[in-house]
Design a protein around this ligand. Structure first.
Ligand code: FAD
Length: 435
């Protein structure tokens, strides 16, 4: 127990749960703060939406989850397991549902928390409102939290931030939008298609959510126009759909209600739906400028390998910052790394070397012309990243079968889109793999 630390984990989503398990495996003492009344984070579907459909009103009550009712995962459950806790074994219907719905994911997480006795470490309805290092207490961290009844301050040896990053919307910047008379919404506030009945809808963003939501809305809308990031895309029908069109980026909108695309086409639309992603946000974190968060450009830094801020490590760390990866596995490997660093089994490089590594990462992005808002996008190096962390904690690299399955889904999605990929891939592949 010599290196057992008292650790605060902020959030009881996938990241917080697996982090708690790994910390406890290393004999650390864990308190998980969870602001809501249940575990699961994004996977807790909430039919309520925020009062401001674009989520710009600073006084709105924030709803955490962005899940829509019809959501199925964009990765098969084999790829949403932890290394030693299989989604497949827990699944209700192995053959027919390779891409489970959100309820099944939430059930899986609840079972995981129960089986590892994590629930007893969670303080529900406890929102962390301040995290700060206190020098006079041996550089420990003070965590201030509040419930409906009271607020409290406690000291911890370390803090792991697992608060998720799919809650605060990023909105597309569209020339002319201030005079455009139609409605606007962000996908964070999308739940069901019915409000779009007989409407002409422009969906911005062709990521997994944008594609899913297009298909969902097209069941009731008059027309759906999907505006992709690319400026080269030409107007065309999407797949076999009768009422969905692909377009390039929006060029501008005007006061008559028309939306004009760079492909030369234009449409009189009723609503623009922004499926344009989310910002990182740590409203409780005070580091005197050591860590900066660029909300518009989606970058948190400096972070060594997206986990440790060099100057404050190892006692402050983040799980779940990178995206375009195998999320559950990446969270688990990051958590193992943090747990072993805190117990002294694994030693981090010096602060200077970590800063050099971060600078190298940023320089490579710049040299390759990758915009700053992709700072934490792991693709196409996600498996390399996971293997690197696995090596730090003495684990074997990600298994060849899993890698192959992940790439095969990825390739399938890039050819037919995430929405169609689930059905094509289900039919063609569900018998091939044995985990
Ligand atoms: P979250 O799940 O967001 O959990 C964070 C937790 O922290 C929440 O419970 C929140 O209440 C709590 N919290 C936040 N702030 C505080 C505070 N101040 N004090 C106390 N508690 C706090 N991933 C996949 O692997 N497969 C998919 O198919 C997939 N589909 C997705 C679809 C959508 C629409 C979205 C939005 C995301 C999807 N994801 C998917 C990504 C998903 O976010 C991750 O799977 C995972 O839920 C991230 O877990 P997390 O713990 O990092 O964050």
């Amino acid at each position: 127990m010599a290196n057992s630390r008292r650790v605060a984990v902020i959030g009881a989503g996938v990241a917080g749960l697996v982090t708690a398990r790994e910390l406890r495996r290393e004999d650390h003492r864990v308190v998980i703060f969870e602001k809501s009344n249940q575990l699961g984070g994004q996977w807790v579907y909430n039919p309520l939406v925020e009062t401001d459909p674009l989520s710009l009103d600073p006084n709105r009550e924030i709803i955490h989850s962005s899940l829509y009712k019809s959501l199925r995962t964009n990765l098969p459950k084999e790829v949403m397991s932890f290394t030693d806790y299989s989604f497949v074994e827990k699944a209700e219907n192995r053959k027919r549902v390779n891409f489970p719905g959100h309820k099944e994911v939430l059930k899986f997480l609840n079972e995981f928390a129960e089986d590892y006795g994590i629930i007893e470490s969670i303080r529900f309805n406890s929102e962390v409102v301040r995290v700060e290092q206190v020098e006079f207490e041996g550089n420990r961290w003070v965590v201030r939290s509040k419930t409906d009844e009271f607020s409290s301050e406690e000291l911890f040896d370390a803090v792991v931030i697992c608060n998720g990053h799919h809650t605060i919307p990023r909105i597309a910047n569209i020339p002319g939008i201030n005079n455009w008379p139609g409605k606007q919404m962000h996908s964070h506030n999308y739940r069901v298609p019915e409000p779009f009945m007989n409407q002409i809808v422009v969906v911005i963003g062709d990521g997994p959510s944008g594609l899913d939501i297009c298909q969902d809305i097209a069941t009731v809308a008059k027309q759906v126009h999907l505006s992709a990031r690319s400026s080269e895309a030409e107007v065309s029908k999407l797949g076999n759909s009768a009422n969905i069109w692909n377009h390039s980026k929006i060029d501008h909108v005007d006061e008559s209600g028309v939306v004009s695309f760079l492909d030369g086409s234009s449409i009189h639309a009723d609503i623009i739906l922004h499926c344009t992603g989310y910002k990182y946000d740590f409203p409780f974190l005070e580091t005197n400028g050591i860590i900066s968060v660029d909300h518009e450009d989606r970058a948190v830094g400096p972070l060594y390998k997206h986990v440790f801020p060099p100057k404050l490590s190892p006692c402050l760390s983040f799980v779940g910052i990178p995206y375009q990866t195998i999320v559950f596995l990446t969270h688990e490997l990051q958590a193992k790394w943090i747990a072993q660093v805190l117990s002294g089994k694994v030693i981090l490089p010096s602060e200077k070397m970590m800063l050099v590594d971060v600078a190298d990462h940023n320089r490579h992005l710049e040299e390759d012309g990758i915009p700053k808002h992709h700072t934490h996008c792991l693709h196409p190096h996600e498996l390399e990243y996971m293997d690197w962390i696995a090596a730090q904690v003495g684990m074997p690299p990600v298994g060849a079968d899993l890698k192959e399955m992940y790439w095969s889904v990825y390739k399938c999605a890039s050819v037919v889109g995430y929405d169609c990929c689930r059905d094509v891939w289900d039919i063609e592949n569900f018998t091939q793999w044995s985990f």
